[in-house]
Design a protein around this ligand. Structure first.
Ligand code: JB3
Length: 200
């Protein structure tokens, strides 16, 4: 019996979550969004159930489908995510010893390796690599093709940009931003924004 998932947000990120959920054998109950007209509606992917406020009428499984880390964090504080559901693309590898929270999106060809842990409402996007014993905090976004070496720790609400590389055993603080294509060779503090090779 497929799970009927409510998507929270109706834009580009919701589009990829919807596809991953469908390929994984789930069904879509529809989406909620405050801003008309949403991409999902224009593409006929699934029906709009209402605004975020209307979410209170539903008890089914749901997932936050908003790419912006701060927006995702802000909305998570405002809505009921008790029944948050993980959407994992069928081509992703998630180690049996990895520990996942809830409301997590794992994209195509992503890797979450042995004994890694990923917090609630995080995004491990297309082709991203979270190596063994990493810790990825809640609401983090590991963008497409980013790679975390073993034992890397990423604080809540941080963004690791497209194709960035984090060397093994590095610690990234809370709410940090790692620029696309960067190579991080030393720890990064809370709220820091770094970019480049090596990232500064
Ligand atoms: O780069 C990749 C692979 N994906 C990007 C993703 C991580 O982030 C994607 O290309 C986009 O840059 C972005 O996807 P997202 O968040 O779907 O962006 P957009 O298509 O602009 O849709 C934003 C959705 O969030 C829309 O449904 C908005 O209604 C909703 N939204 C944004 N800000 C908000 C707010 N909804 C509420 N209620 N409140 C907000 O503040």
């Amino acid at each position: 019996m497929p799970t009927h998932i409510i998507l929270i947000g109706g834009g580009g990120h919701a589009l990829v979550v919807a596809e991953a959920a469908t390929l994984a054998g789930h069904a879509l109950a529809g989406f909620v969004d405050d801003q008309p007209p949403a991409l999902l509606e224009r593409l006929g992917v699934c029906s709009r159930l209402g605004t975020l406020e209307s979410l209170a009428q539903f008890s089914g499984p749901r997932i936050l489908c908003i790419g912006d880390v701060n927006c995702r964090r802000r909305l998570a504080a405002r809505i009921d995510l008790t029944n948050a559901f993980n959407v994992i693309h069928p081509t992703a590898f998630v180690s049996p010893s990895a520990r996942l929270g809830k409301g997590i999106y794992v994209g195509p060809n992503a890797v979450i390796h042995s004994r890694a842990s990923v917090g609630d409402h995080a995004i491990i996007n297309s082709g991203a690599i979270v190596e063994h014993e990493c810790t990825v905090g809640t609401h983090c976004h590991i963008a497409p093709a980013a790679a975390l070496g073993g034992n890397v720790s990423i604080g809540p609400g941080s963004l690791v940009g497209l194709g960035a590389r984090i060397l093994p055993s590095i610690t990234i603080g809370d709410g940090a931003i790692i620029g696309a294509g960067s190579v991080v060779v030393e720890d990064v503090g809370n709220g820091a924004k770094v970019k480049g090779v090596p990232a500064r």
